[in-house]
Structures are given as structure tokens and as C-alpha cells.
Design a protein around this ligand. Structure first.
Ligand SMILES: Cc1cc2nc3c(=O)[nH]c(=O)nc-3n(C[C@H](O)[C@H](O)[C@H](O)COP(=O)(O)OP(=O)(O)OC[C@H]3O[C@@H](n4cnc5c(N)ncnc54)[C@H](O)[C@@H]3O)c2cc1C
Length: 368
């Protein structure tokens, strides 16, 4: 069986490895990136730091040869012909498939702001290379628009690269998806004294120019501006091929689309449980898509996927429901712990800020 995988992230990698185990499967991975599949979260650190190849890439090319997985780089799929069962590529070539897996991930969301084209995003290795080149050319001021986990990690690396950084957040608090009110206030207090860092909340961006970010009531000088404002699933290939898409490419719990020969997984896919945008979820979905595309029968059952962050002197572990009423709050000296339980007393949500010693144990106790 000829299994074609479009994508070059963790979902494509896991799908390929899972499919390659099945006897008689020829597995081909087509990625539009120029490098082998790698650990995408490492990009944030690599803005300011070198990482070894073994820490960055999932595997070297020898691994793929050994597993009989063909990897085609700089190979961007542009359309799918479902009648002929083939995928067309930007370079004018086409490849046939018996089973197709769409693991096209997500693109950074660019808000509709005047001058948005002057801002950068950090989504892939090519973005990283451009950013590093610019950083090497000087020091100055940077603005990161978006105060979520990725925005804060990026701000941390920019500070390390000797930039003064302002985080601009349109909402009332940073890390809004991961913190409750008390811990958000604690974070703001701790960041107030962080050298080189300014945080602006409730701040709306009006315009970006090559030298500045204009807010409603203030102009921030900046030689580099970044959007860290979320991700949108890459659904175009599937939609153009007539497959149902919504926030992502619609799949069932087996990761199959409406077309039983086409699967999707990772950030690109919308499962019956929603989209996830998290590495561990993409990894599991990729594995299941690979197993099922090669004739297996596994089901995606989502878990509670925790978020961990160590940036700007903060240590955070957050998972599950964070704002339910039934919860125990404790903590001293800048440490904070909130445990949320359901009516049966089972742990459904955790926020740990500062002291993360209990994280592993609490993760084991969490229920969906
Ligand atoms: C900087 C950064 C830090 C992150 N940190 C964390 C973290 O700490 N924890 C966490 O859980 N998650 C984190 N994430 C999110 C996590 O990386 C994603 O959830 C995960 O990578 C999704 O995997 P994926 O394989 O579905 O998609 P992706 O990793 O986005 O991979 C999709 C791949 O498909 C390729 N592609 C797209 N379209 C085509 C096409 N038409 N033809 C060929 N190839 C194509 C893309 O070039 C890309 O290589 C981070 C993401 C970023 C960008």
C-alpha cells in the first residue's frame, strides 16, 4: 500500500513511523520545509541559543533510511485529485496514493492590523533563520504582540539576545488561557521588576510601521515586531478537494476524513473533541492516523494535555479546567497552587506557579 503523508511536523513524523511498521506499506513524507522533521517548540529557545542536532531533530536521515521512509523536502503540495488519487506539488510533479494523510499543521494567525506585513512570526525553521540574522545585525527594541505562552517564551529569548522587549496584550491579563485571576495578578507583579521587559495589557494595536507599534494612546519604538496571536489550521488543500473543514479538517475519532482514503491529524485536524494546537495531542493523532491508514483500527481518546512554561523567571504548569468553582487555592512567597475538582472529587484542573514539584503526580491524577 502506498501511503503519502503531506506535512513535516510531529504529526507527519509519528504517522510515518506508525505506518512504516506495517508490512507492505511504502511510506513517503512530503514537507514544504527544507529540513527534516524537528521539535517545533525548540524554535523559541533557538532565537537566542544553539541546540545540538540531536536535541532539535526527531531523527537523523539514517533513521528514515533504516525504516524505509522516504522524505521529500521543499515539496509543497498544492492540490489533491481524489478521482485519480494523486497529489500535485508546487514543483509541477504529482505523486499517487492509496492512502493520504494530511498533517499540514497550522499557520500563525496574523490579525488584520494596518502595517501587519512589517511584523514577523515564529512558526518554522525558515522564520527562525530570518529572525536570527536580523538579531545578529544589532540590538534595539522589540515588541511582541500577544501575551500567551509562546509570546512570553519569545520575549524571554529576545531579552537574552539583548533586546528591550514590550509585550502587548489586548486582553486584561497575560496567559489568559492558562491562569485564573489570582495567578495572573501574581505573574504581573513578578514581571513588573523583570529587567528590560515592559508589559502592556488592554492595549490595542492600531498600526505597525518599520520603526514602531502604534497603540491607541502611545507609540512604541521597535525595530522588530512579532505576532504571537494564535494559530489557524491549514485546511486549504482539504477544502479545495471538497473535504469538509471547519476550524480544522474534519475527522472522526479514527482520524479519517469523509473520504475513507484520506486522513488528517495534528494541528490541521478537527476531531470530534475539537482542535488542540498542542504537541502531545498532535503526536498521538499522528500515530493513530498512521496506524489506521495502514490498515489498523485505533481510536483517538483525548487526555488532559498540560502546558508547561519556563520563561521570564516564571515556572508554570497548567492543565484542564482552571476556572471551575470547586477549587483549593494555596501558596506563599510567589508560589501558587490551584486544584479544581469535579462533583465526585476527581481532579479536573491544576495551576502551579513557581513550585512545580507536584506537577508529575497531579498530572497522573487529572481526569478529562
Ligand atoms: C515556537 C513554537 C513553540 C511551541 N511550543 C509548544 C509547547 O511548548 N508545547 C506544546 O504542546 N506545543 C507547542 N507548540 C505547538 C506545537 O509545536 C504544535 O502543536 C505541533 O507542532 C503541531 O504538529 P503538527 O505536525 O500537527 O503541525 P506542524 O508542526 O505545524 O507541522 C506542519 C508541517 O506541515 C508542513 N506543511 C504545511 N502545508 C504543507 C503543504 N501544502 N505541503 C507540504 N508540507 C506542508 C509545514 O511546513 C510543517 O512542516 C509550539 C509551536 C511553536 C511554533
Amino acid at each position: 500500500m502506498n501511503i503519502l503523508i503531506v506535512g513535516g511536523g510531529v504529526a507527519a513524523f509519528e504517522a510515518a513511523v506508525a505506518a512504516a511498521v506495517s508490512a507492505g506499506c511504502k511510506v513517503t513524507v512530503c514537507s514544504k520545509e527544507a529540513v527534516l522533521p524537528y521539535r517545533r517548540p525548540a524554535l523559541s529557545r533557538m532565537v537566542a541559543e544553539e541546540l545540538s542536532d540531536t536535541a532539535f531533530y526527531f531523527k537523523s536521515s539514517a533513521f528514515y533510511q533504516e525504516k524505509n521512509i522516504e522524505i521529500l523536502l521543499e515539496k509543497e503540495a498544492v492540490s489533491i485529485d481524489r478521482t485519480r488519487r494523486s497529489v500535485q506539488f508546487k514543483d509541477g510533479t504529482a505523486l499517487p496514493y492509496d492512502r493520504l494523510i494530511l498533517a499540514t499543521g497550522g499557520d500563525a494567525f496574523i490579525p488584520p492590523v494596518a502595517g501587519a506585513g512589517y511584523a514577523k512570526v515564529l512558526r518554522d525553521y525558515a522564520d527562525l533563520q530570518k529572525i536570527r540574522q536580523e538579531l545578529a545585525e544589532g540590538t534595539g527594541k522589540a515588541v511582541v504582540i500577544g501575551g500567551g505562552v509562546l509570546g512570553m517564551e519569545l520575549a524571554d529569548s529576545l531579552l537574552e539576545a539583548k533586546y528591550e522587549v514590550t509585550i502587548v496584550e489586548s486582553g486584561p491579563a497575560l496567559l489568559a488561557r492558562n491562569l485564573d485571576q489570582e495567578s495572573a495578578a501574581l505573574v504581573m507583579k513578578q514581571l513588573a521588576s523583570h529587567p528590560g521587559l515592559t508589559v502592556k495589557t488592554n492595549a490595542k494595536v492600531r498600526k505597525i510601521t518599520p520603526e514602531s507599534v502604534e497603540l491607541e494612546d502611545e507609540i512604541l519604538n521597535a525595530s522588530m515586531v512579532f505576532f504571537s496571536t494564535g494559530v489557524r489550521s491549514c485546511t486549504t488543500l482539504a477544502a479545495d478537494a471538497g473535504l469538509p473543514v471547519n476550524r480544522g479538517i474534519i475527522v472522526n475519532s479514527k482520524m479519517a476524513t469523509e473520504d475513507p482514503d484520506i486522513f488528517s491529524c495534528g494541528d490541521a485536524a478537527e476531531t470530534p473533541f475539537g482542535t488542540f494546537g498542542l504537541l502531545s495531542a498532535a503526536k498521538t493523532m499522528g500515530h493513530i492516523a498512521g496506524v489506521n491508514a495502514s490498515g489498523g483500527n485505533e481510536e483517538f481518546i483525548p487526555e488532559v494535555y498540560p502546558v508547561r512554561m519556563m520563561a521570564l523567571g516564571l515556572k508554570l504548569f497548567a492543565a484542564g479546567k482552571i476556572n471551575d468553582a470547586v477549587s483549593e487555592v494555596s501558596g506563599t512567597d510567589g508560589n501558587y497552587q490551584r486544584l479544581t475538582r469535579n462533583a465526585q472529587g476527581k481532579l479536573t484542573g491544576v495551576i502551579l506557579l513557581g513550585d512545580l514539584k507536584a506537577a508529575l503526580q497531579l498530572q497522573k491524577e487529572l481526569v478529562c
